[in-house]
Design a protein around this ligand. Structure first.
Ligand code: 7RM
Length: 655
């Protein structure tokens, strides 16, 4: 066995072709059609993207240069062209879709709003004018700290309209994290709200901004405050301004700022495995092209769809599939502000029913959480409007996939498992739903024009379906990140150094099966080395959750003198947390179960039961924390985003 590569131990044989009725009305109707697109891109990579950029986006100044790679790996696309993202998302639809609903909003307490493209245009223009009147202009950074309300999209579009660069900080982050991001971006303004509502509680957003500003953030001149939750907030004279006052008397027209293709549209901070967060910088034209095309290819977006992506605008998914991609296609989106379990675990399904959602896109963690409440909850609602389902953020285990397929999709809806990253800008690997058969747990095949591959240490392609390797992208693509804000060296070191500037390193490990399907195995850092075998944590987790008593699992390694690494599993059982004899018996049963499912080598050395797993606000398991716990280290990292610190005690075996 080659110890430099990662062994795959899971095999999933089921395949699910698109139904004839879905394929018949899909934009791309057959595997053949999809393969032709891929072949066209392979034959002429830059020409393929240039044609799409010319046909799918509206330009103020057309481009001649398609790809400038003279400063590689700082690739520049469509460099001499000019356009405006907000014009492409709104103005170009006004004639044919002015009265069409752009945004359907539902708040946690049931308040709803419908905003047409024409109304959206008016709101974006007035707010853009308000920003300008307050000294914000092209190239200025504006930090958002907003609830999930339509004004978040309005403000993003308003920034895009005047060429200001937004940098959204998720409302669940602490004042300290907010301050770090404001200072790194050297932002001139903040857009926030008095508060947001979630789980019946008010999240004090303005108060957190004040705390951040008290600690530093000298670059901030203005703080725009939307009144949303109605909580009392102090306003600092000269600095703080109510949204309603800012737009008062502003014109409903605002000429778009025509920006160069490469003009930064936004920064979005993501945490690296170590060190301070990275400000991922995206472009205007290339980024918008990715969001636009993937809505068509992956979500098969149509005129009468109601598209619901549950992601918060604080994550890249909320950028590409709430604020930009759907609107660029003139589609109707749904936004929901609250928690999925208020007033009960049927809320998502009720929203799908009430607003006749046709495409539903969420994270595996949400699916697993809702699955725990049983089938009766969704069965209570009419989900017949749904025609397509999607997942993003982490590998989906086959059990959850099957539940999504049967209980939510009633075996009628293709599931698009979409692999991508903050850095990639848009979806990269996912099934084109009318063309590609799906397999539970696989994100299937790369999209046209995306040169994804799996390579070994030396950068050679791996074709053995049992061997995992590094997931890389061999050619630049228009919606790739441009740099890490203010840190060129880190940009190179993180994504390009490993293969000497030749390929983009995604940082995930993956394998390709005999049909060329991609299976993501986890982050490279998460790979375990057990007695010379390199094992992906995801496969062991998937085996654990396939046991009928287990709802969630996370696996990390602990250094071990003999085996290299010992396997430590943290699991959440269905129903009550097992204790005492029941826990001991279940541990034995699970070890035997994993041994049977994937082999004795993958048997966890320790299994700990907790009520929940430590997750980031976007649903990713906090593995660094689990690794520290597994090693018995003192916890020094920031765990302020955890719902309950009791969980840490449970994981440490102390509660
Ligand atoms: C969109 C997003 C990126 C990381 C990525 C992977 C993991 C995302 C999938 C997935 C397996 C998927 N951006 N990931 N999607 N793993 N299957 N469909 O999540 O920057 O926040 O995270 O998420 O490890 O590198 S992100």
């Amino acid at each position: 066995m080659n110890q430099k590569t990662i062994q795959s131990i899971l095999t999933e044989e089921r395949t699910f072709p698109p139904s004839d009725s879905f394929a018949a009305r899909a934009r791309i109707k057959s595997l053949d059609e999809y393969q032709k697109l891929r072949a066209a891109a392979e034959k002429d990579h830059t020409g393929f993207w240039a044609d799409l950029a010319r046909n799918e986006l509206d330009w103020h100044t057309p481009f001649n240069t398609i790809l400038d790679d003279s400063k590689a790996p700082h690739f520049q696309w469509f460099t001499d062209g000019k356009l405006n993202v907000s014009y492409n998302c709104i103005d170009r639809h006004l004639e044919s879709r002015g009265d069409k609903t752009a945004i359907i909003f539902e708040g946690e307490n049931g308040d709803t709003r419908h905003i047409s493209f024409r109304e959206l245009h008016g709101e974006v223009c007035t707010f853009a004018n308000a920003l300008k009147a307050n000294g914000i202009g092209k190239g200025d950074r504006v930090v958002f700290y907003m609830p999930m309300v339509p004004e978040a999209v309005v403000a993003m579009q308003a920034c895009a309209r005047i060429g200001a660069i937004h940098s959204i900080v998720f409302g669940g982050f602490s004042a300290e994290s907010l301050k770090d991001r404001i200072e790194d971006a050297n932002a001139k303004a903040i857009i926030t709200a008095d508060g947001g509502t979630r789980g019946g509680k008010v999240i004090e957003l303005k108060a957190a901004c004040d705390a951040a500003l008290d600690k530093g953030c000298a670059s901030i001149e203005k703080v725009f405050v939307l009144k949303r939750a109605g909580n009392n907030v102090p306003m600092k004279q000269g600095r703080d301004i109510w949204w309603s006052d800012a737009v008062d008397g502003m014109s409903q027209d605002c000429e778009p700022e025509w920006v160069e293709s490469e003009h930064p549209l936004f920064l979005l901070y993501t945490s690296g495995s170590t060190g301070k967060p990275k400000g991922i910088q995206h472009s205007s034209a290339g980024y918008l092209l990715g969001a636009t095309m993937t809505m068509q290819w992956v979500f098969d977006i149509n005129e009468d769809d109601i598209f619901w992506c549950t992601a918060d605008v604080g994550w890249v998914t909320g950028h590409s599939y709430v604020a930009y991609g759907p609107l660029s296609n003139g589609a109707t989106i749904l936004m929901y502000e609250g928690a999925p379990t208020v007033p009960d675990a049927g809320r998502f399904w009720k929203i799908c029913q009430d607003h006749k959602v046709t495409i539903f896109y969420t994270a595996p963690t949400a699916i697993r959480a809702l699955m725990r409440f049983g089938d009766d909850v969704p069965n209570h609602y009419d989900l017949s409007s749904l025609r397509l389902l999607g997942t993003v953020g982490e590998p989906i285990n086959p059990e959850a996939w099957m539940w999504y397929h049967k209980t939510i999709g009633k075996e009628q809806c293709p599931i698009v498992d979409t692999w991508w990253q903050t850095e990639t800008g848009s979806i990269m690997i996912a099934p084109v739903p009318g063309a590609v058969d799906t397999k539970p747990g696989s994100c299937t095949l790369p999209l046209p024009g995306i040169a994804a591959d799996i390579v070994n240490e030396n950068g050679d392609s791996i074709d053995d379906p049992q061997q995992g390797g590094y997931l890389v992208i061999r050619k630049p693509w228009p919606f790739m990140l441009r740099t890490i804000w203010g840190d060129e060296q880190r940009y190179y070191d993180t994504y390009w150094a490993r293969f000497k500037g030749k390929y983009y390193l995604a940082g995930d490990s993956a394998r390709k099966d005999k049909d060329g399907y991609f299976w993501i195995m986890g982050r490279i850092d998460d790979v375990l080395n057990v007695a010379g075998h390199r094992l992906g944590t995801m496969e062991i987790e998937s085996a654990l959750v396939s046991h009928e008593r287990i709802a969630e699992a996370a696996v990390v390694g602990r250094p071990d003198d003999i085996k290299g690494e010992a396997i430590c599993a943290y699991v959440v059982a269905r129903g009550e947390r097992p204790l005492g004899d029941d826990a001991d018996a279940l541990v034995q049963e699970l070890r035997a179960w994993v041994a049977k499912e994937i082999g004795p080598i993958a048997k966890p050395d320790s299994i700990v039961f907790a009520e929940t797993l430590p997750k980031t606000r976007s649903g990713k398991i906090m593995r660094r924390l689990l690794r520290a716990i597994a090693k018995g280290e003192e916890i020094t990292q920031d765990i302020s985003t955890l719902e309950s610190t009791d969980i840490v005690k449970q994981l440490q075996g102390k509660a």
